[in-house]
Design a protein around this ligand. Structure first.
Ligand SMILES: CC(C)(COP(=O)(O)OP(=O)(O)OC[C@H]1O[C@@H](n2cnc3c(N)ncnc32)[C@H](O)[C@@H]1OP(=O)(O)O)[C@@H](O)C(=O)NCCC(=O)NCCS
Length: 172
């Protein structure tokens, strides 16, 4: 049965860090990034804040338990995706694509300009996947101040310079 996607509610916040931690186990397949599997996930408190903005969606299994989430936040006329995670045991079943569709639907309904994110350029389920669902990588020269600042902050947190890119989906 396909997962049901709905807006997250405050009661979901408690479960989301465990989903992110499980999703991150995928990075064990890449030696240089395996440390991400041990990194602390986004806090429950931060999830509560994003849920309160009504820009966080969860994917539910048949028992109505969240198995994936997409957390985002509006910035002027853009919707920025902070995190997209699907439980490792549920990956590859189309849940990630459906969560992205929910974010795109929101951007369309609210007449926004872009859905944006930052991600790894060469991880198969990161930039190549986002490109398949319509996101375009932005060249360094085309970055606005907001996206440039996010990439710069990520470098300070240990991501290798040049390993990340910003991507944008023009709302259609
Ligand atoms: C990225 C992620 C959210 C995608 O969710 P998902 O439910 O697995 O995605 P889908 O089933 O909709 O598949 C999306 C695509 O990713 C590919 N994919 C998923 N897991 C993959 C893996 N481990 N290796 C290679 N490709 C993978 C699928 O084959 C699919 O490709 P397609 O475009 O040819 O159909 C999920 O893999 C995940 O949580 N990964 C770890 C956390 C992460 O990297 N998040 C993104 C941060 S920017």
């Amino acid at each position: 049965m396909p997962a049901i996607i709905r807006l997250a509610v405050p009661q979901d916040a408690q479960r989301l860090p465990a989903i992110e931690a499980s999703a991150a186990q995928a990075f064990r397949m890449i030696e240089a990034l395996s440390w991400l599997a041990e990194s602390p996930p986004m806090s429950v408190e931060r999830h509560r804040q994003l849920i309160a903005l009504s820009t966080c969606w969860v994917a539910l299994d048949a028992e109505n338990r969240p198995q994936g989430f997409l957390s985002a936040e509006r910035d002027c006329s853009d919707l920025h995706i902070h995190e997209l995670s699907v439980m490792q045991s549920m990956q590859g079943q189309g849940i990630g694509r459906r969560l992205i569709e929910a974010a795109k639907d929101y951007a369309r309904s609210n007449r926004l300009s872009f859905v944006t994110l930052t991600t790894f350029k060469h991880v198969p389920w990161n930039a190549p996947f986002y490109a398949r669902v319509g996101f375009q990588a932005k060249a360094a020269i085309d970055l606005d101040q907001r996206l440039a600042a996010i990439l710069s902050e990520e470098c300070k947190h240990g991501f290798a310079p040049g390993s990340r890119c910003a991507m944008a989906w023009p709302v259609t």
